[in-house]
Design a protein around this ligand. Sequence first.
Ligand SMILES: [Zn+2]
Length: 325
Amino acid sequence: MTGLFSWQVPQLEQLRHHFLKQDLAHAHLIDDPAGEGGQGFVAALASTILCERTQLGGCSSCSSCQLQSAGSHSDLLWVMPEDSKQIKIEQIRSVIEWSHQTPQQGRAKVLVLDPADRMNVYATNSLLKLLEEPAPNTYLFLISTSPARLLPTIRSRCQRLNLATPTNEEGLRWLRETRPAADPNSLEDVYAITGHKPISAQALFDSEQMTPRLAMVSALNEWIKGYCGPIETAKKLAAKETPSLPYELLYRAAAIAQRQRFLPQATNQGVFQALIDELAGNWSAKALSRLADACGKALSQSSASNNLNAELSLEHFLMTQREPV
Ligand SMILES: [Zn+2]
């Protein structure tokens, strides 16, 4: 579980303020599709609510905070899928039982469902009862990686909370601080590749996926420059596990290249930046927008079709998409 990030502090302050005024919503749906800090944020919020001093993120010295750090606070219930991939009805039944008990520490109770979209239909129906008849002083936080999968009846009973995101500079600074020995160009590359999502970028940087991902970017750049033909490029790009990845990378590069016209010159020397520079320098705004559209279409097709034709589809895409300046 990750901790609280600096860019989340003002949002946490705001919720603490509502809690102190006793107008904090009874149930929140935390939208965290990319896993960008939802868990850490909710953990800090739970600590704030349960702390005897209501200190931001907990004071770590009161008895409530100590119980929490020992993982034995009876007023905090964090429910995750057990052996299966789903939160089961038995788990929700014990949640309801727990919700009827008075808070042991006398303050409030916090329930977290993580991720809430992994509930089966029985568990969902059971949870609805809890949302319809909220227990006093009980706060529910539903963390969701894909809120669209939750029933509208659940969504409509929760206050939606979009997690605060860092500015590009803030996110990159955090990434650099957490990986001080890393090559700054590679860090900046993965940061841009993941759509400026620092936690996803860190995970990609640490994974075995980084090298093949950067190789894919280089292959796309060779094709853009006209050094490598569509058939050979398609061969290099076709990765059976991730047929949509080349389109995603190109889409992102085209989108950043469009914005780059209005920004100061980037100083990064990474391979992804090289692809962006190539597009920004030699492609017209119209051609970039056409390329982004084509990538968007190819993306939806590649996720709908099977992987067998990935290489052929890529060949076709590359043959039809490379536009002269
Ligand atoms: Zn405390």
